[in-house]
Design a protein around this ligand. Structure first.
Ligand SMILES: [Zn+2]
Length: 443
């Protein structure tokens, strides 16, 4: 590999970089991130930065690069994924892989999740090199495959097979967070500091089998049906998780009365459900942060149309609040189901739950500099990200792709959906914020 130089020619603008990234169709499955990864590597190389493609599958490689720092702080990891979710059967107004720039936005699959973030990171990283930014410690950039399907060739594989690449890192910046959300006229920047843990549970109902011509009651199918209706109508118990508490307290402290008092009532489990219902749409977005969730996905039972099955199973896609063991969830499900249903945790690979808020004030300070009205708030992510893999190495992820979004822009409704797009001004905001972070992170 050629010795690093300061590169030739002007580096691409963050929006141009994103447009090019979108044009590589990295829909996962199957992913096929190789060409997109090679483009990222070449772009870094053109800027005079060494970068390599690393992976277990030649079609699903990852890009890893490192800028040396002065050694006063542990290395900082920046990571992002270059795969995207499918677009099939969605009503797009623009072709999702054209990478169109129109009306101040870059449109296309991945604009928000998360090629936009990857473009911001690459810009900040290349700028730090170009401007000889005084880096407190090394900065590691990892652009990974397969986040949307589990990280088996991406973050999960890198952490298992090449942990030395991340040695010493204490903090990482990645998805999912950093976007602004306007609530009651105040602008909050959500910083993901924890994520829920996925757990597949199998529910089994048993009952007398028999011939389909006779009268039967209380069979395995009807027992399962009763449980599913109960599960639909009975919320699992509310728990006030420490991260959710921090989020609610930070938001309510910036709101005037009576909004602040109303929001704080969420922290009293006796009122949580009522307040969430009063908050309608916002309440539905917040509810998963207050309890485990369980949704029926795959229903199986019966092999012959004239035989009553003696067993019916249902797979439940469960997401648990971090730090809770699966027995806790299984007990809550049993309380709803009663004795007729058996539960078994099928797939549960708990990752250590870590919470290290040491970098939070630095991030919120940067946001305040760039948007004096912006208030940073810790957030628990209701789904999983690659952060769980890096947590296995003791690395605290901050989901922080800073984006100052218009008040009427619904970030959560736009990701994974048709017409995914990002304001060019938000990309510039994020690239600037990340560059500021590279100059001042600490241990
Ligand atoms: Zn993502």
């Amino acid at each position: 590999m050629a010795a690093p130089t300061h590169g030739t020619g002007a580096p691409p603008h963050v929006a141009e970089l994103l447009q090019t990234l979108i044009r590589y169709d990295t829909t996962n499955p199957p992913g096929n991130e190789r060409e997109c990864a090679a483009y990222c590597r070449d772009t870094l190389n053109d800027a005079g930065i060494a970068a390599e493609l690393i992976g277990s599958d030649p079609n699903r490689v990852n890009v890893v690069s490192r800028l040396p720092g002065r050694g006063d702080a542990p290395p900082l990891l920046l990571y992002g994924h270059i795969d995207v979710v499918p677009t099939a059967a969605q009503p797009w107004d623009v072709p999702p892989f054209e990478g169109r720039r129109q009306d101040g936005y870059v449109w296309g699959r991945g604009a928000l999740d998360m090629k936009g973030g990857v473009a911001m990171m690459m810009c900040a990283f290349m700028r730090a090199h170009r401007e000889d930014t005084d880096l407190p410690g090394d900065v590691i950039l990892a652009l990974v495959s397969d986040e949307e399907a589990g990280g088996n060739t991406g973050a999960g594989w890198l952490v298992a097979a090449r942990p030395e690449l991340f040695e010493g890192a204490r903090y990482a910046v990645g998805e999912f967070g950093g976007f602004s959300k306007t609530y009651r006229g105040r602008k909050f920047y959500m910083v993901q500091v924890a994520e829920k843990q996925g757990c597949r549970v199998q529910a089994t109902a048993r009952g007398p089998g028999g011939h389909g011509s006779l009268v039967h009651h209380d069979t395995a199918p009807t027992r399962m049906a009763e449980f599913l209706v109960k599960l639909d109508r009975t919320p699992l118990p509310f728990h006030i998780h420490p991260v959710t508490r921090m989020m609610v307290e930070a938001m309510s402290s910036r709101l005037p009365l009576p909004d602040s008092a109303f929001l704080r009532l969420l922290l009293n489990p006796a009122f949580t459900g009522k307040i969430l219902r009063r908050m309608s749409t916002v309440g539905r977005e917040l509810e998963p942060l207050f309890r485990h969730t369980a949704n029926a996905t795959i229903i199986a039972g019966g092999e012959k149309a004239n035989v009553i099955p003696s067993e019916v199973t249902v797979n439940l896609d469960c997401r648990m609040l971090p730090g809770y063991p699966p027995e806790d969830l299984l007990g809550e499900l049993q309380d709803i189901a009663g004795p007729n249903i058996e539960f078994q945790a099928l797939r549960f690979a708990p990752k250590p739950w870590i919470l290290n808020m040491g970098l939070f004030d630095t991030l919120s300070g940067i946001i305040r500099e760039q948007d004096p009205a912006g208030v940073s708030v810790p957030m628990l992510m209701p789904a999983g990200t690659d952060g769980r893999h890096f947590a296995g190495l003791g690395i605290q992820t901050y989901g922080w792709m800073p984006m100052n979004l218009p008040a009427d822009f619904d970030f959560l409704k736009t990701i994974h959906a048709a017409n995914e797009r990002v304001p060019v001004s938000a990309l510039e905001f994020g690239a600037e914020a990340l560059h500021r972070l590279l100059g001042r992170f600490h241990g």
